[in-house]
Design a protein around this ligand. Structure first.
Ligand SMILES: [Zn+2]
Length: 317
């Protein structure tokens, strides 16, 4: 039997997506369910099981040789468990064992969603061809992952590169993680909007107070909106520069809703990088928007499944 495909699962707080993916990263079959995020753990797992059952109903399923999971975090890949912040019914939940059972005993690879998007960007997106890269998702939270020496670097538990909780302001605001002045506390979408509102920005008559609305105001020249994005850009730049100095990345890729803000974010970010990334070996660091779209989580989970197999080199991941 040819097992030239992998099954991929992208598990988030609002949606569970699944796909059968080939070695070129093409999606050949899809399934999805809403995440019953407020229900108990087994009810959430039943939704995952329904997605797997939908995929297994495809005639292509018999070609699947492994399952890759990209999950909202924290995850613990070494233990095979997940504890997503937005799914309270799952705490140290044995997701890998449950998915293995639901998938007929196929091998299962688990990574965090930030690492999954990094895998997708390295395979098909803006980090393609870069052996040392940081990829970030800047949206409701700030996550990320690393490619080092040409390979995905998930770390022992699957969370390496979680740049959102690097502190860039030692005495800054308390962060829900317990530390202070984290990148996420300054640069996430809700924090960009919060800071703009606190400093006197007022939304348009439609009442939209999202970071996208702040970005639109910044593009129109609203100085408070501009300043809120500049502050976020400085936090991101400091975190990126620290990462580059530690592990010598040459590109940082930014995705997520805030990453779509365009020059309102990227212009001050490039400027701030010149202030923080100062040593000779990080001065050529570039920062660019992500290229993969809404399927990035699935494609990255597929990449993890392909990498977890002995013939991963065939996939070129
Ligand atoms: Zn934090």
């Amino acid at each position: 039997m040819h097992t030239d495909l992998v099954a991929a699962l992208d598990i988030g707080g609002t949606k569970i997506a699944g796909a059968l993916v080939d070695r070129e990263g093409r999606i050949l079959a899809r399934a999805h369910r809403p995440t019953p995020a407020r229900e108990d753990g087994d009810t959430v797992m039943a939704a995952v099981g329904a997605v797997i059952a939908d995929l297994a109903a495809s005639p292509l399923w018999e070609r699947a040789g492994a399952v890759g999971i990209g999950s909202a975090g924290p995850v613990d890949a070494s233990a095979g468990t997940v504890s997503p912040v937005n799914v309270p019914g799952w705490r140290d939940y044995p997701l890998v064992a449950k998915v293995r059972d639901a998938a007929g005993g196929l091998p299962v690879e688990l990574i965090g969603d930030g690492v999954a998007i990094t895998a997708a960007e390295h395979w098909q997106g803006a980090a393609r061809g870069h052996d040392n890269a940081l990829c970030m998702v800047v949206s409701t939270g700030v996550g990320g992952g690393l490619v080092l020496g040409g390979r995905l670097h998930p770390g022992p538990t699957g969370n390496a590169g979680h740049i959102g909780h690097i502190s860039v302001d030692l005495d800054g605001d308390p962060c829900p993680c317990g530390a202070r002045g984290c990148v996420e506390r300054i640069a996430s979408g809700p924090n960009i909007a919060r800071r703009a509102l606190e400093n006197g920005w007022r939304p348009a008559p439609d009442g939209d107070t999202s970071a996208a609305a702040v970005a639109a105001a910044a593009r129109a020249g609203d100085p408070v909106a501009v300043a809120s994005f500049e502050r976020a850009a400085r936090a991101l730049a400091a975190g990126i520069a620290a990462t580059a100095t530690l592990v010598e990345i040459d590109i940082a890729v930014i995705g997520g809703g805030v990453g779509k803000a365009g020059e309102v974010l990227f212009a001050p970010l490039r400027k701030a990088l010149t202030e923080y990334a100062t040593l000779s070996f990080v001065q050529r660091l570039t920062v660019v928007p992500a290229r993969t779209g809404t399927d990035a989580g699935l494609v990255g989970a597929a990449a993890a499944a392909l990498m977890g197999r002995t013939d991963a080199a065939v996939a070129g991941v």
